[in-house]
Write a protein that binds this ligand. Structure first.
Ligand code: C5P
Length: 267
């Protein structure tokens, strides 16, 4: 009776239970039979494709995260020591879906992972306009891939998401930035910040290994890959540098930045 009375007043807690029930509850909490992550993903890794990640030996650290995000055609096979081999999410731009060199439909890179595709749409983010005239027509290969792999999670980013990120970069920059979408790297960082409690980003802000080698998996040199030309990449990086909560030593040696998940940010 007393219990019911307190319950109705809305001040219920497990402390009101009798010792047997309190113990049962404590045991179930400890066992976590169904593997619940009460706060979703705790810690996530975003692995940039920069050449500077070569010889980093970061693979083991990267794979220790709950989820790992990679970009476009960046491989893990043959580079495990430096980039790890776990891939949870792969973000791909519309050129990956449409350029025959990437063998999007057949390549194993795009199987057994969560895929997120994006394409530079008009700033108005009008879906009818975009669907009629995408930058590269990702919709046809998207449907084809979905039909062949109906159980694989495969999303297309709403263009509004991409342009809202552009707005945030411009709002936080004194100079006028390029009127082009942010890089896949910035999109991936923000996607993981919305899903994870903590995001560890590797070789976005360059380490001591900084190099003009564009990608770790390709013999192609261009400083634009690290500093940006089409994308407002330099400004994205300056913003991320300001948000970094990680140690300076980790930035220097590992090229690692640590960012809080959005749920941890109180505005
Ligand atoms: O070249 P790609 O877009 O596939 O690389 C994924 C992301 O990694 C880029 O969008 C960019 O944000 C980041 N990157 C970088 N420095 C490099 C190469 C890539 O910051 N040298």
């Amino acid at each position: 009776r007393a219990f019911l009375h307190r319950l109705w007043k809305g001040t219920v807690s497990s402390k009101m239970l009798n010792p047997r029930l309190q113990k049962a509850m404590k045991d179930y909490l400890a066992a976590n039979k169904h593997g619940l992550h009460p706060k979703g993903l705790r810690s996530c890794a975003v692995v940039m494709s920069a050449g500077a990640i070569l010889n980093s030996s970061l693979g083991e650290e990267i794979d220790s995260h709950d989820a790992v995000l990679r970009f476009n055609a960046a491989p893990t096979r043959g580079y495990e020591r430096d980039v790890g081999n776990k891939t949870t999410v792969r973000i791909i731009n519309s050129q990956i879906l449409t350029n025959p060199n990437h063998h999007f439909i057949d390549s194993s890179l795009y199987k057994d992972v969560i895929l997120v595709a994006w394409d530079p749409a008009p700033y108005s983010a009008n879906l009818d306009l975009w669907y009629k005239k995408p930058d590269y027509n990702l919709f046809t290969p998207y449907v084809q891939h979905r039909q062949r792999n109906p159980d694989q999670p495969f999303y297309i980013l709403h263009p509004k998401f991409v342009w809202q990120l552009w707005d945030i970069i411009q709002e936080n920059t004194k100079e006028k930035i390029q009127p082009n979408p942010p890089s896949s790297g910035f999109i991936g960082i923000l996607l993981m910040m919305s899903l994870c409690s903590e995001v560890h980003v590797y070789e976005y802000l360059p380490s001591v290994r900084q190099t003009e080698l564009c990608h770790y998996h390709e013999l192609y040199y261009d400083a634009a890959c690290t500093l940006g030309a089409y994308h407002p990449l330099l400004y994205e990086k300056l913003l991320v540098q300001r948000l970094n909560t990680g140690a300076q030593g980790d930035l220097h040696r590992k090229g690692k930045v640590v960012l809080p998940g959005l749920r941890a940010v109180h505005c």
